[in-house]
Design a protein around this ligand. Structure first.
Ligand code: CTP
Length: 423
């Protein structure tokens, strides 16, 4: 696509990847864009403004209080004249500032005054990227319509390996073109790597009635399952969410099946099983239910009634026993011997992956917005740091997408029906 007639503000912030912004500027100019570089003070320590001046043909803007020179560069007019603001690299600092509405230099002020789309290409070290504050800032901006080019994994300047490397300049320029053409994806995971994959997610607690007003339940909020359903839908999957009672709204673009008891969940899931490519069982299904439910409210007069319980059916186990082409992912909420217990469940329920969750750790498990999980597969154990549940959901789906790709290359399956997007 030609970028002739398009004005792009290229914001450069202070990370080691700032030098790569020169290549981005050059590629944008070659495609015909009118590029105005805006550098933060810290960015100018990593790479000289003269580089951008030479590449773009315009003086670089750093200081808010400088007199406008060649073009009218007051932040308001800059914001209004541009078709796109692209910030590459975007540090945790600029992401935090934008998310919190701080406008204390030329770049952040321009972003705040902008009416055009804003595309960010984050780059930072892995710990910073995984920091729940950074992740929640990203979620917030994503929800507000900011566009992103996700960082990649690789060797980072700090000497470690992990996520946080600035995406390839060509990929960033392609994303800029997509946004300018109105095709940009707003989410942090613009890749539609689960397109057309049918995924059923179970979520929330179940309620096992004792009488018309009382029930046995558990502390599950449903947050993890809902985050998975929403993230899978954002990545193009056809999602069915079978949920016990929660306080959460059903995510958009998801077929929602509300249930109450373990029995109802079992029936709802089994009835839809054949049509699915994958099931993610995030629900905290009651393991026991009252042997009988009283039709009338049990009165105090029946002093100290004894409640007899019977086991419920294990939904995931039943799915394992009937498994054909399916990919099955379960959860293991444990309080001790995390990996050992999870591996046992992986085998016993014939799962492809189990998400092991030590519910005794702060910031993990029930009722909180973050989770600390380990992804356990037959030959792999991948511990993840404490992450917002939305980000943990995407990591789980990264593994699912990989399994989908592997299945798609199995000759037998390919002949029947393509699973997921073509490779
Ligand atoms: N599960 C299910 N149906 C049940 C119980 C559990 O589908 N009746 C699923 C959960 O959704 C979860 C996985 O099984 O994905 C693990 O559940 P968990 O309760 O942790 O393990 P159990 O197999 O019940 O074993 P234990 O209670 O001994 O830990």
């Amino acid at each position: 696509m030609s970028l002739h007639g398009k004005t792009v503000v290229l914001g450069v912030t202070g990370g080691i990847a700032a030098y790569k912004a020169a290549e981005i500027a050059s590629r944008l100019v070659k495609r015909g864009a009118d590029v105005q570089a805006v550098m933060t003070e810290n960015a100018a320590r990593f790479v000289g403004p003269a580089t951008f001046r030479a590449l773009t043909g315009y003086p670089v803007v750093t200081d808010m209080f400088e007199e406008p020179t060649v073009r009218e560069i007051a932040h308001i007019s800059l914001a209004q004249q541009s078709d796109l603001i692209l910030i590459a690299p975007a540090t945790a600092n600029i992401i935090g500032k934008i998310a919190c509405g701080i406008a204390d230099d030329m770049l952040s002020t321009t972003v705040m005054a902008a009416t055009c789309p804003v595309l960010l290409a984050p780059a930072m070290n892995t710990e910073m990227w995984n920091n729940p504050i950074v992740q929640s800032n990203l979620d917030k901006l994503s929800g507000l319509g900011y566009f992103f080019v996700e960082p990649t994994s690789g060797r980072l300047a700090c000497g470690t390996e992990g996520v946080g490397k600035l995406a390839d300049p060509e990929e960033i320029v392609a994303a800029a073109e997509a946004v300018l053409a109105g095709r940009g994806a707003k989410s942090l995971s613009p890749i539609q790597d689960l397109e057309g994959v049918k995924i059923l997610v179970t979520a929330g607690p179940t309620r096992e009635p004792i009488d018309p007003v009382r029930y046995i339940s558990n502390r599950s909020s449903g947050k993890m399952g809902y985050a998975l359903a929403q993230a899978a839908a954002e990545r193009g999957a056809e999602v069915t969410l079978v949920s016990g009672p929660t306080a959460l709204p059903a995510p958009p673009q998801v077929a929602f099946v509300p249930v109450e008891t373990a029995r109802e969940m079992y029936e709802a899931v089994l009835a839809r099983y054949d049509a699915q490519d994958a099931v993610i069982a995030a629900a905290a299904v009651a393991d026991f239910t009252p042997e009988s439910t009283s039709a009338q409210k049990i009165k105090k007069a029946n002093a100290s009634p004894i409640l007899r319980l019977k086991e419920t059916q294990d939904i995931l186990k039943a799915l394992g026993e009937r498994k054909k082409h399916h990919i099955l992912i379960g959860f293991a909420a444990e309080t001790d011997r995390l990996i050992e217990n999870a591996r046992q469940k992986l085998a016993a329920k014939r799962l492809d992956m189990i998400v092991a969750n030590d519910v005794t750790q702060p910031g993990a498990g029930f009722e909180v917005d973050t989770n600390i999980v380990t992804l356990v597969r037959e030959k792999e154990t991948l511990p993840l740091p404490r992450l917002p549940k939305t980000e943990a959901a995407h990591r789980i789906l990264d593994s699912l997408a990989e399994m989908v790709r592997m299945k798609a290359t199995e000759p037998g399956l390919r002949a029947n029906r393509p699973l997921g997007p073509p490779l």
